[in-house]
Design a protein around this ligand. Structure first.
Ligand code: NDP
Length: 273
C-alpha cells in the first residue's frame, strides 16, 4: 500500500492522519498515512530513510519546513516563494518535489467563507513562515493593499520588500496601523501562549472579517478579542488545515478530494460541533 506521513516535532496531536484517511476513503485511493517525530537534528536522515523504504510522499510541519526546503531535488514556484516546504512528493522519475500548499489552503478557506479578496484592504499580522507562505497566494487575488505588521518590524519590512513585485504590499508597525481594513489575518503564534498581537481595538468594526490561522476546540484568544470589539465574521484555521491537506492530496494522487464533509467530521472529532 502507498505510504504517506507527516514529519513534525511535536506531531502527536496532528490531525493530518485523520484528514488524509478520510480523503483516501472518499476518493477510493488505497494508501496509509502516519506520523513521524524525529529528533530535531535527525529530520534529514529520517526523510531519506522514509523515501528509501518506499514512501510516496509526506507533509512537513513545525519545525522542519525550512529544512525540507533545502533537502528536496526540485521546488514548485510557490514553495520557492514561500521559502518553506510543507508537501513532498516522490515523482515517478525518483525526484523529490517540494511544494507549499499552506497559502493556497488559506485562500481556498477564505473563499469558502465568502470573503472577497479582490480590491480589499488586508492586514496580515506576523512575519514568520505562515505569513511568508500566505503572501503570494493572497496577492494573486489582487487586493487593493496588503499591510504586514509584526512585533519585530524589520521582518515585516523584509517580507514587504521581497513580495512587492506581486502587488501593493507595505510594512507598518502596530502603532502606525490606521484606516479601515476589510480583512485581518492573524498569522502570529501569540495565541499559543494565550497572548494577543498588540492591535488597537479601534481597528475592529462590524464589517471586518477576522481570520486566525490558529484553531482549537473553542475560540482562540484573538477571535474572542475581536468578537468582544464587534467583529461579526470570525474564522479559525481549521478550514485552512483541511484545504492545505486537500491541495497536498491532489499533488500526490492527482485527484482533488472534497473538503466540506471532512471539515465537518474533523470538527466533530475535535468536539467543536
Ligand atoms: P513562526 O514562529 O515562523 O512565526 C511566528 C510569528 O508570530 C512571528 O512573526 C512572531 O513575531 C509572531 N509572534 C509570536 N508571539 C507573538 C506575540 N506574543 N505578539 C505578537 N506577535 C507574536 O510561526 P509560523 O509562521 O510557522 O506559524 C504561525 C501560526 O500559524 C502558528 O500558530 C501555527 O500554528 C499557525 N499555522 C496554521 C496553519 C493552518 O493550517 N491552520 C498552517 C501554518 C501555520 P516576531 O517576528 O517578532 O518573533
Amino acid at each position: 500500500m502507498d505510504r504517506y506521513l507527516v514529519f513534525g516535532h511535536p506531531v502527536r496531536h496532528s490531525k493530518s492522519p485523520f484528514i488524509h484517511t478520510l480523503f483516501a476513503r472518499q476518493t477510493q485511493q488505497e494508501l496509509e498515512y502516519g506520523l513521524a517525530e524525529p529528533a530535531v537534528d535527525e529530520f534529514a536522515q529520517a526523510l531519506r530513510t522514509f523515501f528509501e523504504q518506499g514512501g510516496k510522499g509526506c507533509n512537513v510541519t513545525v519545525p522542519f519546513k525550512e529544512q525540507a526546503f533545502t533537502l528536496v531535488d526540485h521546488l514548485s514556484p510557490r514553495a520557492k516563494r514561500a521559502g518553506a516546504v510543507n508537501t513532498i512528493k516522490l515523482t515517478d522519475d525518483g525526484v523529490l518535489l517540494g511544494d507549499n500548499t499552506d497559502g493556497a489552503g488559506l485562500v481556498a478557506d477564505l473563499k469558502s467563507h465568502g470573503v472577497t479578496l479582490a480590491d480589499s484592504r488586508i492586514l496580515l499580522l506576523g512575519a514568520g513562515g505562515a505569513a511568508r507562505g500566505a503572501l503570494a497566494p493572497l496577492l494573486a487575488e489582487l487586493p487593493s493593499e496588503l499591510v504586514i505588521a509584526n512585533r519585530t518590524h524589520a521582518k515585516a519590512q523584509q517580507l514587504a520588500a521581497e513580495f512587492c513585485d506581486l502587488g501593493h504590499v507595505t510594512a507598518q508597525t502596530y502603532e502606525q496601523l490606521a484606516g479601515s481594513f476589510d480583512l485581518v489575518i492573524n498569522s502570529t503564534s501569540a495565541s499559543l501562549q494565550g497572548e494577543l498581537p498588540p492591535l488597537a481595538p479601534a481597528l475592529i468594526h462590524t464589517d471586518i472579517a477576522i481570520y486566525d490561522m490558529m484553531y482549537g476546540a473553542s475560540d482562540t484568544a484573538f477571535i474572542s478579542w475581536a468578537k468582544q470589539h464587534g467583529a461579526r465574521q470570525t474564522m479559525d484555521g481549521l478550514g485552512m488545515l483541511v484545504e492545505q491537506a486537500a491541495e497536498a492530496f491532489t499533488v500526490w494522487r492527482g485527484i482533488r478530494p472534497g473538503t466540506k464533509q471532512v471539515l465537518r467530521e474533523l470538527k466533530r472529532n475535535l468536539g467543536v460541533i
